[in-house]
Structures are given as C-alpha cells and as structure tokens.
Design a protein around this ligand. Structure first.
Ligand SMILES: NC(=O)C1=CN([C@@H]2O[C@H](COP(=O)(O)OP(=O)(O)OC[C@H]3O[C@@H](n4cnc5c(N)ncnc54)[C@H](OP(=O)(O)O)[C@@H]3O)[C@@H](O)[C@H]2O)C=CC1
Ligand SMILES: O=C(O)[C@@H]1CCC=N1
Length: 281
C-alpha cells in the first residue's frame, strides 16, 4: 500500500513518524508534500527512503490512501488543486473536525473518511476517532482501521459526535497539560520545590492514573473514592477544587463548540452545497 500525507506540520508529522516507528509502513511506502519545503527536507533526512513529492498532485497520483493534514480553512483551495487527479478507488482521509465528510464527497470523486488523531499517537497511544463516508466498502474500512491500529486505538464514532469526542481525545492532552502546568507552577512558587522533580512526579502520576482507568477496571469517580478517605486531606482538597471549578467545564465545551461553529460557517461559504447542521446533542 502507498500512503500520501499532504501537510507535514504538527499532526501530519506525528502520523508519518508513528506509522514508521510502529512499523505500519516503511518510508518508501510514504509520499509527502507540504506548502513549505523545509519541513519535508527535515523529515527526509530522518527517514531514508521517504518520497518527497514536488506538489500535492504528485502525492495524490502516487498514493492509494491520502491523509490530508492541513487546517480547516486551507482545505477548499487544496481540494481545487487536487480534484482533477483523484481516482474513484482512492481513499482521502481528512483529519480535522469542522470539515464535513459531505463537504468532501460533494467535491471529490473518490472515497472519503475522516479521522481525528491525537498527539499521543507519537508513542503509539490514545484513541483515534474514525468516521467512514458512504463510498467505502468493508475492505476499505478494514484497511484504514488496521493502519490506525498500529499507532492508536481506533474508535468508530458518528460525525455529529466528532467535536465533543475530540475535545477529550485530541484537545485533551493540551487541557490536562495546562492543568498540570498551573499546579506545578503553584508548587514551585509556594514551596520552592524543584520544577524538574515535581514534573517527573506529576508525569508518573498521570501515567499510572491512565493505566488504572484503562486497564485497572476503575472509573474516575471510583478512583477519587479510593484515594479520598473520608475526613482526609484529599477529600478536603477535592471539596475546594469542586467549588473553584464550578462551571469551568461547561464553559470549556461551549468554547470549543463555538469555535467549531465559526469554522463550519466559513467552510459552508467555501464549499458549495447545502448548509451543514451543527451537532445537536
Ligand atoms: N495538532 C493536533 O494535536 C491535532 C490537529 N488536528 C487537526 O490537524 C490539522 C492540522 O493541524 P496541525 O498539524 O496542528 O497544523 P500545522 O499548522 O502544524 O500543520 C499544517 C500543515 O499544512 C501545511 N499546508 C497548509 N496548506 C497547504 C497546502 N495547500 N498544501 C500542502 N501543505 C499545506 C502547512 O505548511 P507550512 O509549513 O507552509 O505552514 C503545515 O505544515 C488541523 O485541522 C487540526 O485541527 C487534529 C487532531 C490533533
Ligand atoms: O486545536 C486544534 O484546532 C486542533 C484540533 C484538535 C487538536 N488540535
């Protein structure tokens, strides 16, 4: 199988390097293009045999499956560029939540899927969210699922759930790291602790917590109960946290959805076709 990656920024590079690292693909099976050449040269220096394409059309012509890893508003011009070169048996995989499968099916004469990957795939971990378009058969679905299984845990979802699900799977690492950074800053400031030491403790704690939740058979509320003995220190701190965080997560979800709506509105203008329904929960 030959796999193309258009856009080798942050996420395109994570996918490419994870596919190689976890032996889903060998470099000679990958065909890549990016607006700026420098990023391609850096990757080709790291991975001998990688195919650098001179433009996106060449990436499309050389590949069976093509991951499009550009930002939402960069899609429309890209589609114009490649639309005459896609073939009906090719699979184009978009990795961004606001661009809808229907936007792409209306514009490209090929199979369309959408995935939302996560930076955690860099270490072969985390869930990838998978949505299949109408033109894929079972074999196509299996190919994409198998490819993603090397680097992640693929989970098929409804497209209407893509935004809220990616809040957790793909934005989540940034949100949790933000929380940890604030907590570590306070520890360093208030106790003079070594930032390095506290960061190491926090990271090990997060890894262990993740394993308990994924392999240890406990839920987040059960985990709190296991640690917070009644009348103890953790219970007191959790009560304070509960008070301080009142409404924070509702506002977080409103913010991600509002930005998604804004992007969707712009995309509706850029792509011809019917206006897309916003996610209704
Ligand atoms: N970062 C993450 O954790 C995740 C990101 N995503 C989604 O992935 C998409 C990309 O995000 P991210 O990788 O972070 O963004 P980046 O800005 O890092 O990467 C986008 C890349 O696309 C390139 N590009 C832009 N236009 C074109 C074009 N016409 N042809 C070829 N290459 C082009 C850019 O080139 P140049 O070098 O010139 O800037 C850049 O390298 C976004 O839609 C985001 O929502 C999804 C899940 C997780
Ligand atoms: O911040 C963003 O827009 C993207 C979507 C998911 C992760 N990063």
């Amino acid at each position: 199988m030959k796999v193309g990656i258009i856009g080798t920024g942050s996420m395109g590079s994570v996918l490419l390097e994870a596919f190689i690292e976890f032996r889903a693909l060998q470099p000679h099976q990958l065909f890549i293009s990016n607006r700026t050449l420098k990023k391609l040269l850096v990757l080709s220096e790291r991975h001998e045999g990688l195919n650098i394409c001179r433009n996106n059309i060449q990436t499309v012509r050389c590949s069976d499956v093509i991951f499009v890893c550009v930002k939402p508003l960069q899609f429309a011009s890209l589609i114009q560029e490649i639309k005459n070169d896609v073939r009906p048996n090719q699979l184009i995989v978009s990795i961004t939540s606001p661009v809808q499968i229907s936007h792409l099916e209306n514009s490209l004469d090929c199979k369309i899927a959408k995935i939302i990957p996560s930076v955690t795939h860099k270490i072969g971990s985390g869930a990838s969210l998978v949505m299949y378009g109408n033109r894929l058969d079972e074999k196509d679905k299996q190919i994409l699922h198998d490819l993603l299984s090397y680097i992640s845990k693929p989970m098929e979802i409804k497209e209407s759930q893509a935004r809220i699900n990616s809040d957790f799977s793909s934005c989540g690492p940034a949100f949790i790291s933000f929380f940890l950074t604030k907590w570590i800053d306070a520890a360093v400031e208030m106790t003079g602790s070594s930032r390095e030491e506290i960061t190491c403790l926090a990271s090990e704690m997060l890894l262990g917590t993740g394993k308990l939740l994924t392999q240890g058979g406990v839920t987040p509320p059960q985990l709190q109960e296991m640690v917070a003995v009644p009348g103890g220190i953790t219970a007191q701190a959790l009560s304070q946290l509960n008070h301080s965080l009142d409404g924070v997560f509702h506002r977080l979800i409103s913010t991600t959805h509002q930005k998604y709506d804004e992007d969707l509105e712009e995309l509706d203008k850029l792509f011809d076709g019917p206006k897309i329904n916003r996610p209704q929960y």
